[in-house]
Write a new protein. Structure first.
Length: 318
């Protein structure tokens, strides 16, 4: 009996120690998931990876930025999982391109807005232009990011919406990040102007796999001769009549280079070779999506510099 009585206090001590250790562990986990004010870290969800990169530059460490579109994906066709769709409705702010770009995602963005989440359709607010020819004539062109000056406007808009809706973010830090990135974008515009100045005006003619460079053409003085897919979306496909019309236009303009998304240059070269006896070079560009880091277009700035260099070399034969 004395042995059992003597053991009870020791058992109680061990039990109490285990309980205290468990409470401490739970407290540590809770602290790791909280911000400095004891709440969860603010969340910004971005649909496309191009806008995701821009948003991360502006937010820095001030919020968790979740990008829905994977590297090398097509913004016209990517969709969301149930988990990603739910994340939209839990965000402090949803940033999306708008202008009909994310064709399979818009309904989820609308659902988040109806649930009270702040949303920003960036393309709607950067002075969008319309397609000028072919199947998409008159419809708004969503590819505003090919003009870095419009991206500067987009950056300022994102910063404003973060300050307004992501209340736990440090406003001063967000503004400082936005100013720093804006200076980098201004430098990019100047560098692109200098690079394109080496292309004679008569050679500033673009043919692409689909209509994606309207904003770049407007900003830097190019003419868009045509597109293999006469549409603003990759979901369309060219007919024989479309290809015949394009090759005639290329012959008349003396164009022998087509700029295509990096994911499909070989296929495009085969299609064009069946429509013309002339040799046509197909030059890959990064048009709709960023790549993984190290893939040639891991950031927006890297993508635009790579495309500018490729366009210059393609049109001058360097």
């Amino acid at each position: 009996m004395r042995r059992r009585t003597a053991g009870r206090p020791r058992a109680r001590v061990r039990t109490r120690a285990l309980l205290l250790a468990g409470v401490a562990a739970l407290a540590a986990v809770a602290a790791a998931g909280c911000g400095t004010d004891g709440g969860e870290r603010p969340s910004v969800v971005v649909t496309t990876n191009i806008l995701g990169d821009i948003t991360r530059e502006i937010l820095g460490e001030e919020a968790e930025v979740t990008v829905l579109m994977r590297p090398n994906a097509d913004p016209h066709s990517f969709g969301l999982s149930a988990v990603q769709a739910a994340a939209l409705e839990q965000a402090d702010l949803v940033v999306h391109n708008g202008l009909g770009l994310e064709e399979n995602v818009l309904r989820h963005v609308d659902a988040a807005a109806e649930a009270g989440v702040a949303t920003l359709a960036v393309g709607d607010a950067v002075d969008p232009i319309a397609y000028r020819s072919d199947d998409s004539a008159g419809q708004p062109d969503p590819h505003f990011w090919t003009d870095p000056d419009r991206v500067r406007t987009a950056g300022a808009l994102i910063a404003d919406h973060v300050v307004e809706h992501v209340t736990e973010a440090d406003d001063a830090a967000v503004r400082a990040n936005a100013a720093r990135y804006d200076a980098q974008l201004a430098e990019l515009t100047g560098w692109m102007e200098e690079s394109f100045a080496e292309i004679p005006s008569r050679d500033r003619q673009l043919v692409t796999n689909h209509h994606v460079f309207g904003y770049l053409a407007e900003r830097f003085g190019f003419e868009v001769v045509g597109a293999v897919i006469p549409s603003g979306t990759t979901l369309a496909s060219p007919s024989s009549a479309d290809l015949a019309s394009l090759t005639r236009a290329m012959d008349e303009a003396g164009v022998r280079a087509v700029f295509a998304d990096s994911s499909q240059p070989e296929r495009l070269a085969q299609v064009l070779s069946q429509e013309t006896d002339s040799e046509i070079r197909v030059i890959p560009l990064f048009t709709e999506s960023l790549t993984e880091p190290g893939g040639g277009a891991g950031t927006y700035l890297e993508m635009m510099r790579a495309n500018t260099t490729a366009i210059g070399e393609g049109l001058t034969g360097r």
